[in-house]
Design a protein around this ligand. Structure first.
Ligand code: GLU
Length: 295
């Protein structure tokens, strides 16, 4: 009887011993050494992007390459220039590193920050809480709002006049959603970028282009016939721009925020702003907002 009982217990005991053995053998061989050996270097790689950038000597930034005057290709030098590039250059100078500029679109900028292929996205990007899920943002470094661009003789004076009409904008932008909310009766066509949407407007394929007013001003005033186009109606949204930053890199984020505030306090922001949006430029836009400044 006892023998039978012991016999019955044996597989169970064997299973317990096997489990105990697996537990023992897994802890030292896999879990524990990984935590001891790999954790510091994993942490060093991800803990401090700020130190990593200083170590590499390069700040890699993602900027638009066809959005005048934020980021676009200079015909003479073939380099990407613009307001967003200058903001990044200021940050790179403060870090004491070189600047490496990559081109991004509205659709690629967030994945590129999230994947780590760029350190900063400075790309006319509105700080939306929904975008905060995968990346972080700096404080607001530019303020804008959404409007529409139409042909002068179109008879379209506001978003209300877009009912039943096609409207062009860029994939991955806030503009796509805002226009649908403001005018549910329009059809939104999303293009790779704003120049393509503007081309569609010129070809009569859409009745309007919609996005942030400064981008529309860039399209209009860099056209060979700026007077053919009108930026119409009221703002349909608020678009506070933030620099897209890697998630959970608080040292880096602090540095970027402190640098933006320094840029503002020293007057360098205003100088840079006026270089691109001042009275003497084609894209005049009075500076009507104030950067958040922490004491
Ligand atoms: N600021 C808006 C956005 O972040 C529109 C401009 C853009 O597509 O970059 O989506």
């Amino acid at each position: 009887m006892l023998k039978t009982f012991a016999k019955r217990l044996m597989p169970l005991m064997a299973a317990i011993m096997l489990l105990a053995f697996m537990g023992c053998s897994q802890a030292p061989d896999k879990a524990a050494p990984k935590a001891d050996k790999d954790a510091p270097s994993e942490q060093a790689a991800s803990k401090d992007r700020l130190e990593a950038i200083k170590g590499k000597g390069v700040l890699v930034v993602g900027v638009k390459d066809a959005v005048v005057p934020f980021g676009y290709v200079d015909e003479k030098t073939n380099q990407i220039i613009g307001f967003d590039v200058d903001v990044c250059k200021y940050i790179a100078d403060e870090l004491g590193v070189k600047l490496d500029v990559k081109a991004v679109t509205s659709a690629t900028r967030i994945p590129m920050v999230a994947q780590g292929s760029i350190d900063i996205a400075a790309a006319t990007m509105t700080h939306k809480l929904s975008r905060d899920d995968v990346i972080d943002f700096s404080i607001t470094y530019f303020m804008d709002g959404q409007k529409i661009l139409v042909a002068k003789d179109s008879g379209i004076n506001s978003v209300a006049d877009l009912a039943g009409k096609k409207v062009g904008t860029a994939k991955g932008s806030t503009s796509e959603k805002n226009i649908k909310a403001a005018q549910p009766d329009c059809t939104v066509l999303s293009f790779e970028g704003y120049p393509q949407a503007f081309l569609a407007l010129k070809q009569g394929k859409v009745a309007a282009v919609t996005t942030d007013s400064t981008i529309l001003l860039g399209l209009k005033n860099s056209d060979e016939n700026p007077d053919n186009w009108v930026i119409a109606g009221d703002y349909i949204s608020a678009e506070p721009y933030g620099l897209g930053l890697p998630e959970n890199e608080s040292n880096f984020r602090d540095f970027v925020n402190a640098t933006l505030m320094k840029m503002w306090r020293t007057g360098d922001y205003k100088k840079t702003y006026n270089k691109w949006f001042g009275k003497d430029t084609k894209y005049y836009l009075p500076l009507t907002w104030q950067m958040e400044l922490w004491p």
